[in-house]
Ligand binder design. Structure first.
Ligand code: SAM
Ligand code: SF4
Length: 363
């Protein structure tokens, strides 16, 4: 038995085990992916849940060093979708039985923004007779804001920790109150206390990031007992400060392989959570997301943002599907998901099984 095979037999993985799995070569990785597929089949099954992604606005009060829509980047025209456009995208998701949408945007905490999101959540719920599940990805907010949006009808919230190592987090963000690691962790706890299904995640292949950091990221998810994870490769953007460190980056292909291994090891560690096959994987490989499904992921987020806004929501370079309307993306996805051996769970909310068990421990 190889060392990797021995580790895969264990009931619980320690940090050294995780580092060994993430460092495994091509041959050993085959066994890791096989194991992750088995675990996925036995715990969450071979269903894939769709979450229609609506990139609501690229206005952002923050200035993260890696992100193309940071406030310091003056190259993009700033936009905010009209209410009717948001409702149209939500209607498309609902009528096509996606059952869930994700409303994402740059971070703002002014009352006008908070109230607008609250109103939009109400209107989407009314329009879809409460059949649509709403996930928010709107950054760090006060507990009161999280409560207002939850009471309006949002169910899930995604807030990536970006990197669980506080030292590396500091290198990736300006050193001020708005960008504090502690604040990010507190926000995740506030979301949990409010009642959301909580998702977090990291970027993989960042400059300065080590395999030991990535192992700590996976342990962070486990310690936080998180319900959902969305993580994917970091992809450089030339109009950001982090671009200056591009000579430290792994080649894109290696970042993809490492991301797939992260998905597989996480599935082995946290059997019943939802794991997204993220868009950044597709920016490196046209079938990157389908590869992630085969490595243990079970959620995909087709882009429902109106095409006219997509050029201005470029978090990183080579972002895919910039000129494809939703319908086209959906049909190409269907074929590829079938080829990956999964079925799309149309009309199912696809709540994280982990969350359901946490809510009803005796069922
Ligand atoms: N503003 C909210 C926030 O930061 O939580 C939500 C929107 S933000 C654009 C969503 C995610 O995009 C971030 O959590 C970050 O991980 C990811 N992102 C930003 N720049 C990226 C890059 N250059 N490569 C890969 N992912 C990136
Ligand atoms: Fe703003 Fe989010 Fe980009 Fe940071 S990652 S600059 S908070 S949109």
């Amino acid at each position: 038995m190889t060392r990797v095979e021995e580790i895969l037999e264990k009931g619980s993985l320690g940090k050294e085990d995780i580092v060994a799995l993430l460092s495994a070569g091509e041959d050993d990785s085959v066994a890791i992916f096989r194991k992750a597929r088995e675990v996925k089949k036995g715990s969450v099954g071979n269903k894939v849940y769709f979450r229609g992604l609506i990139e609501y606005s690229n206005y952002c009060a923050k200035n993260c060093f890696y992100c193309g829509i940071r406030s310091g980047n003056s190259r993009y025209a700033r936009y905010e979708m009209l209410d009717d456009e948001v409702l149209e995208s939500a209607r498309y998701a609902w009528e096509n039985r996606f059952a869930s949408i994700v409303l994402q945007s740059g971070e703002r905490d002014d009352e006008a923004f908070i109230a607008k999101i609250e109103r939009l959540i109400h209107r989407m719920q009314e329009m879809t007779r409460h059949e649509l599940h709403i996930t928010l990805s709107l950054g760090e907010q006060k507990m009161e804001t999280y409560r207002r949006w939850f009471q309006a009808g949002a169910h899930r919230y995604l807030l990536r920790i970006e990197d669980a190592n506080p030292g590396l987090y500091r290198k990736l963000h300006p050193n001020d109150q708005r960008h504090s690691y502690r604040g990010r962790v507190e926000a995740l706890k506030a979301l949990r206390a409010t009642g959301y299904q909580v998702g977090t995640g990291v970027m993989i292949g960042l400059p300065f990031q080590t395999v030991s950091d990535l192992a700590d990221d996976l342990i962070f998810f486990r310690d936080l007992d998180i319900d959902m994870v969305g993580m994917g490769p970091y992809i450089e953007h030339k109009d950001t400060p982090l671009y200056e460190h591009r000579d430290r980056l792994l080649p894109l292909g290696d970042r993809l392989r490492l991301s797939l291994k992260m998905v597989a090891v996480l599935r082995i560690m946290m059997k019943d959570i939802n794991i997204a096959a993220t868009t950044a994987l597709q920016a490196i490989d046209p079938i990157g997301r389908e590869k992630a499904l085969q490595a243990g992921a079970n959620v995909i987020m087709p882009n429902l943002t109106p095409v006219k806004y997509r050029q201005d929501y470029l978090l990183y370079e080579n972002k895919p599907c910039l000129d494809e309307e939703a319908e086209h993306c959906k049909s190409c996805l269907e074929t590829r998901i079938q080829m990956a051996g999964d079925t799309i769970a149309y009309g199912e909310w696809g709540d994280s099984k982990h969350f359901e068990k946490r809510k009803n421990p005796h069922e």
